[in-house]
Structures are given as structure tokens and as C-alpha cells.
Design a protein around this ligand. Structure first.
Ligand code: FAD
Length: 481
């Protein structure tokens, strides 16, 4: 009998997992509590504006390119305006372009002279002695110096994780940095070696149109999960919440699903949970999983507000000739960063207008992440005036609050992974994996699909010949979904 796999979560991770499971010949059902597929990937069109509530863009990695092609979305792909290569970081109250070449670095006002000298010492600093977790801040101070931490890495960490470099684990949050030190003894030497290797790879990528560019889609980022869900057809069931899981006699898992107030038991050969760690507490699990669920509840997902503001072009003095601007903690401002959304991709604002997307909250200001629109406007508008020369009130406002935005891979994150493994041990046939284990970017989530499907495949192969097939999810007597 073809194994049936229940995937919980129709965000990017769940959808990518389901597509890989299908390709490997498994029957699959994807359920999500929300009315539509996409998870945090939500695009809103209103009054001629196109706003991203969640991710605004992503890198065109080879896995992304393959997925986009497979679901027929290549014609809708839009690449970021080349001017988007320029990124600004605020120093002393004004946006400064991030230097993009060694000569530009030497003359850039972003780093003080002493900080530049300190950076140049990096190739001569030995590898870390001793093992164990290290924070991003300690790693960067040790290798690159405080100046680079404060004016480059701290804002970058805000931009990716809305996180705090003092508490994030470098090994988990930026494993490639640790690998560069391990393999090359220096980040600078490692970066040069990588750049040489990429130079060769780039020719091949350019030929296949797969350069590592920033991309979105004509109708917004949600186009991707929509197309992935459409490719899976009725196998994706929204408005359907997993409420309980238990081992089933023999092999397999029994799940309780709730749809519009009606509950139904369904059996599956395997279940993959791609839900955020904090959502596990809402699912009834065997008591043996209790301690691990409580541990995962402590994995922090700080609140973030995304405030999309529209202005007439004349209201904004800044040329908006870049990706956006990030604000280091040392600047003591409320806004974490501002994306120049309408400068990056076409069709984001009506003619003669510009769209700026501001992020507020995160680990730096979790209180502001949940603040009401009026308070945020009071805080953010004066900062936009100071940083970008914005005059007057916005003509368009779309505010999204994410109470649990991005998982923080903090020091001790190994214990979170151990907890997920312990939950899997309590329910044979269960995989608890995804964004809090495999990386937080859109590209990471798409790439995780193959890994998760591979884990399921190995699990089912290990069980082959031991008998017992589960009741198919969609035809089982007990299934009402
Ligand atoms: C504000 C914001 C901005 C971001 N910006 C970027 C960016 O610009 N670039 C980038 O690369 N990445 C960005 N990211 C990160 C990236 O978007 C996410 O990491 C990724 O989309 C997560 O996908 P996922 O499928 O793992 O999780 P989710 O999208 O969270 O999906 C999980 C799904 O599980 C469902 N679920 C939960 N519990 C249950 C249950 N009991 N039963 C059924 N379903 C359940 C939820 O409804 C949800 O749909 C951003 C994230 C946020 C929040």
C-alpha cells in the first residue's frame, strides 16, 4: 500500500516537504489552521498598493529556482532593481551606503579608522581554542572587532532574525561563518577562497539564468505558496487544525483534526510537523513528550510589527536608490529597518507614489512589536523624517503584527533540537522539524522540504516489511476532512 503522510503546516516548509514526498511516490495530505496556504508569506493588494505582510523578497538559490520552475511560476518572477544592491546602515543619524569593495571600505564613514585597522588584523587571529557554543557578538568581537559588530553585524542580525547578537548562537544562526573559520582559519581568507569558487560557478549559473539575485513575484511573495498548494490540489486542506497526536497500535500515528468545529480521527503512516515551536503546546501529545514540549515553549519568537507606509514621491527627499536601510542598536531608535519596497520591485505603489516597509520590535524592542498602529506612527514618522527626509502623513498605511515572528537560535539551541527529537521519540512515525531547526530564510524553508521528506522516506524504509499499513487519510472511515 502507498504510504500516507500527513504534513501539518501549509507554509513554505510544509508545502515543499509535501511536494518532495509526492515526488518520492508517497500519498500526502497537508493541513493548515489558516484559511489559505502560505503561513507567514502573505501578500495584500489594496487600492493599487501591493504589501507584503511577511517576507518581502528572497534569494534565487538553485533550490528556489527549481521549485519556481516546477510550479510554473518562472514567468511571474521579478528580480530586484539592480540599484537594490546598495544597502544603507544608519550611523550618527544618517543612512550610509555599505561599502561594496575594499577601496570603498577604506574610505567609508560607516567604520571608524581604528575599526578598519582592527578588521585588517583578522587573517592573523588564530582559530578559537575550546569548544562549545559562542554568541554571534563574541565571535565577531574576537575575529573582526567591536566596530564591525556594532555597525555591520548588529543591524544585519536585526534584518534577518530581528535578533540580539549577544544571545544568538553563531554556530546555529550563521553556521557558514563558523565553517569559514574552521576551514580557512580566517573569515577574510575564507571569503576570498569562496569568491574565487563562486566566480567559476557564476558562469554556469548565468547560463541557466539562476544568478543568486533577490527576487519576488509580480503579484507578491504569496504567489509561491499559492502555486505550490495548487500543484498539490485537494491534498492541501486549509481551515483544518491538528489538535492531538498519539501512537497507533502497530506502526503509524493517529491524529485528531478539527475543521469548523468538527473533529475527526485520521491515521497516517507518518506525520510531519512543520509548525512553529510555540504551536506545539496547542497540540495534545503523549505525556512522555510533556517536558520536551515545555522546553520548546521557551524558544523565543519575539513580536515584530511590519508597517507599510505609502507617500507621494514628493513627500520623500531621499533618492531611495537601494534595498533599504538598517538601524544599529547603538543608534537608539525605535525602527529596526526600512525597506524601499517600491524601489525594489515594480507594481508595489500607484504611479507617483512610494512604499516604505518599516520593521519595529524584535529582541531589541519586543514591547513595540505588539504596539497599536497609532503609537507606531507616532514613533516611526519622526524617524522617517530624520533618516529619509519624509514630510507629512502617509497616504496609505497597512500594519501587520506578528506576535511570534522569527525563531531565535540562541545559545543552547542544541537543547531545542534535542527536545524536538524527544517528541519524535514519544510518537514513533512523527517528524518535528522545519524552520526552528533548518534556517529561517525563505530559501532555507524551501531547501528543508527535501531534507524532511528524506527523513520520512528513511523512517518508512526502515519499517518496510514489518507489516501494517495505515488507513488512507482521505478515504478512511474515520476521516471527515
Ligand atoms: C515579518 C517577517 C518577515 C520576513 N522576511 C523575510 C524575508 O524578507 N526574506 C526571507 O527569506 N525570509 C523572511 N522571513 C522568514 C520566512 O518568511 C519564514 O521563515 C518562512 O516563511 C517560514 O515558513 P514555514 O512554513 O516554516 O512556517 P510558517 O510560515 O510559520 O508556517 C507554519 C504553518 O503552520 C500552521 N499551523 C500551526 N499550528 C497548526 C496546527 N495545530 N494545525 C494546523 N496548522 C498549524 C500555521 O497556520 C502556519 O501556516 C520573514 C518572516 C517574518 C515573520
Amino acid at each position: 500500500m502507498t504510504p500516507h503522510v500527513l504534513v501539518v503546516g501549509a507554509g513554505l516548509t510544509g508545502l515543499a516537504t509535501a511536494r518532495h514526498l509526492r515526488a518520492a511516490g508517497h500519498e500526502v495530505t497537508v493541513v493548515d489552521a489558516l484559511p489559505e496556504a502560505g503561513g507567514v508569506m502573505q501578500s495584500v493588494v489594496r487600492d493599487g498598493w501591493l504589501v507584503e505582510r511577511g517576507p518581502n523578497s528572497c534569494m534565487l538559490t538553485p533550490e528556489m529556482a527549481a521549485m519556481i520552475d516546477a510550479v510554473g511560476l518562472t514567468p511571474a518572477l521579478v528580480r530586484a532593481n539592480p540599484a537594490g544592491q546598495v544597502r544603507y546602515i544608519v550611523r550618527d543619524g544618517r543612512p550610509v551606503p555599505v561599502p561594496s569593495s575594499p577601496p570603498a571600505f577604506l574610505t567609508s564613514p560607516l567604520f571608524a579608522f581604528a575599526g578598519k585597522l582592527r578588521l585588517l588584523r583578522e587573517p592573523f587571529i588564530g582559530r578559537r581554542q575550546g569548544a562549545g557554543d559562542e554568541s554571534i557578538a563574541d565571535f565577531v568581537r574576537r575575529r573582526l572587532g567591536t566596530e564591525v559588530l556594532d555597525w555591520a553585524i548588529d543591524p544585519f542580525v536585526s534584518g534577518v532574525y530581528a535578533g540580539d547578537p549577544e544571545t544568538l548562537s553563531v554556530g546555529h544562526a550563521f553556521p557558514r561563518l563558523v565553517a569559514l573559520e574552521r576551514e580557512h582559519g580566517s573569515l577574510i581568507r575564507g571569503a576570498i577562497a569562496l569568491a574565487r569558487r563562486r566566480g567559476a560557478a557564476r558562469a554556469t549559473q548565468a547560463a541557466s539564468g539562476q544568478r543568486g539575485a533577490m527576487i519576488s513575484f509580480r503579484d507578491g511573495m504569496q504567489s509561491l505558496p499559492r502555486a505550490m498548494a495548487a500543484s498539490l490540489g485537494p491534498r492541501v486542506q486549509c481551515d483544518t487544525r491538528l489538535v492531538a497526536l498519539a501512537p497507533r497500535g502497530g506502526d503509524g500515528v493517529r491524529a485528531v483534526l478539527e475543521r469548523r468545529g468538527t473533529r475527526a480521527d485520521v491515521d497516517a503512516d507518518a506525520v510531519v510537523l512543520t509548525v512553529p515551536a510555540h504551536a506545539l503546546r496547542t497540540i495534545e501529545l503523549p505525556s512522555a513528550a510533556g517536558a520536551a514540549v515545555r522546553r520548546l515553549e521557551t524558544l523565543r519568537y519575539p513580536a515584530v510589527s511590519s508597517l507599510a507606509l505609502g507617500f507621494t514621491r514628493e513627500q520623500v527627499a531621499h533618492p531611495l536608490d537601494g534595498f533599504g536601510c538598517l538601524v544599529p542598536g547603538r543608534e537608539r531608535r525605535d525602527v529596526l529597518g526600512i525597506l524601499f519596497s517600491s524601489a525594489l520591485f515594480p507594481g508595489r505603489a500607484p504611479a507617483g507614489h512610494v512604499l516604505l516597509t518599516c520593521f519595529i520590535g524584535g529582541m531589541r524592542r519586543p514591547d513595540l512589536g505588539m504596539a497599536p498602529t497609532s503609537l507606531l506612527l507616532d514613533r516611526v514618522l519622526p524617524e522617517l523624517t530624520a533618516l529619509l527626509g519624509v514630510q507629512g502623513d502617509p497616504v496609505f498605511v497597512e500594519h501587520t503584527t506578528w506576535p511570534h515572528a522569527i525563531p531565535q537560535y540562541e545559545l543552547g539551541h542544541d537543547h531545542m533540537i534535542e527536545a524536538a527529537t524527544a517528541i519524535e521519540g514519544a510518537v514513533p512515525g512523527l517528524v518535528v522539524d522545519g524552520q526552528f531547526r533548518r534556517g529561517v530564510s525563505v530559501g532555507d524553508c524551501v531547501a528543508a522540504g527535501a531534507t524532511l521528506a528524506g527523513r520520512v522516506g528513511e523512517m518508512l524504509a526502515g519499517r518496510a516489511g514489518t507489516g501494517g499499513g495505515a488507513v488512507p487519510l482521505t478515504s478512511g472511515r474515520r476521516s471527515a476532512v
